[in-house]
Design a protein around this ligand. Structure first.
Ligand code: DHB
Ligand code: FE
Length: 285
């Protein structure tokens, strides 16, 4: 049986990737941010899983506005870093896990969630920046990754509750895999940010910290928050936060009788580019 040992949550600000790729992490602007991830990098070294199930959003890179899957699971053997206009980031190719990904697709679709199956795609900052934050600059990523792309770019986007219930289905799928695998699930994107319009630059520390508190202690209640509240409080791109509810739904305490997860690390920092950065590591007991 495969099992989910922990979940990781982190923002994916593209400028963080650029700061790492251009050797700027020690600059005064960036230093406090990267310091917040030092314990996380050590934790991941000490707790390297067999597979990371990485929930993220594509930013009209792999999927243009011609085709917009709500939920897409990567079943390929590998994924190349995308060219987002400045050339591909100089980071390793992402190796997939086709066997587990195909099993999850089978199980989750049979649990009535309609996934798009993706056998070829490039991965943008939504996926590579969380890996860079958690792993630094290795020659190869520490384990295979299953990319799971969620549409939070073009309305209509899925509700928080849909994401939370989907996380529970993914947990059930992983547990029914016939193979002894330690899996982590990562939820990425967020926190408050708005990139365009009169409110560009919006940051809401109070909302972000309330979101972190409730993600830990009241995820089912948090899943009831409607889109309009995210957009009003966290900005138009703050809606990326619904992806964190997929990872949270996959933790053990969302079963009846499951124990609350252990909070291994919590970090919040403003600003990184136009974005508030939030980060959590939750371990199943
Ligand atoms: C920024 C944040 C994002 O989530 C993104 O996808 C692009 C840019 C930013 O803060 O600059
Ligand atoms: Fe984004």
């Amino acid at each position: 049986m495969a099992r989910i040992s922990a979940s990781v949550y982190t923002s994916h600000v593209p400028a963080i990737g650029a700061a790492m790729d251009l050797g700027k992490t020690a600059e005064p602007y960036w230093q406090p941010l990267f310091k917040g991830y030092e314990p996380s990098r050590q934790w991941l070294k000490d707790n390297t899983p067999d597979v990371i199930f990485l929930v993220y959003n594509d930013h009209a890179t792999a999927f243009s506005l011609e085709i917009i899957p709500t939920f897409a699971i990567g079943t390929a053997a590998e994924y190349k870093p995308a060219d987002e206009g400045w050339g591909p980031r100089p980071v390793p190719v992402v190796k997939g896990h086709p066997e587990l990904a195909s099993h999850i697709a089978q199980s989750v679709i049979q649990q009535d969630f309609d996934l798009t199956i993706v056998n070829r795609m490039d991965v943008d900052h939504g996926l590579t920046v969380p890996l860079s934050l958690m792993c630094g600059q290795p020659e190869a990523w520490p384990c295979p990754v299953i990319p799971f792309a969620v549409n939070v770019v073009q309305y209509p986007v899925p509700s928080g509750n849909r994401c939370f219930q989907l996380g529970r289905a993914i947990k059930k799928a992983i547990r029914s895999f016939d193979g002894d695998l330690n899996v982590q699930i990562w939820g990425t994107g967020g926190m408050s940010h708005q990139l365009q319009g009169p409110r560009a630059g919006l940051i809401n520390r109070e909302f972000d910290n309330m979101f972190l508190d409730r993600l830990i202690a009241d995820p089912a209640g948090l899943a009831q928050v409607p889109h309009i509240d995210y957009v009003r409080e966290a900005g138009s791109e703050g809606i990326e936060l619904v992806m964190w509810l997929i990872a949270r739904g996959a933790m053990s305490d969302t079963d009846r009788g499951g124990a609350a997860p252990h909070v291994h690390h919590r970090f919040y920092h403003v600003p990184a580019s136009n974005t508030a950065v939030g980060h959590l590591i939750l371990e199943n007991r």
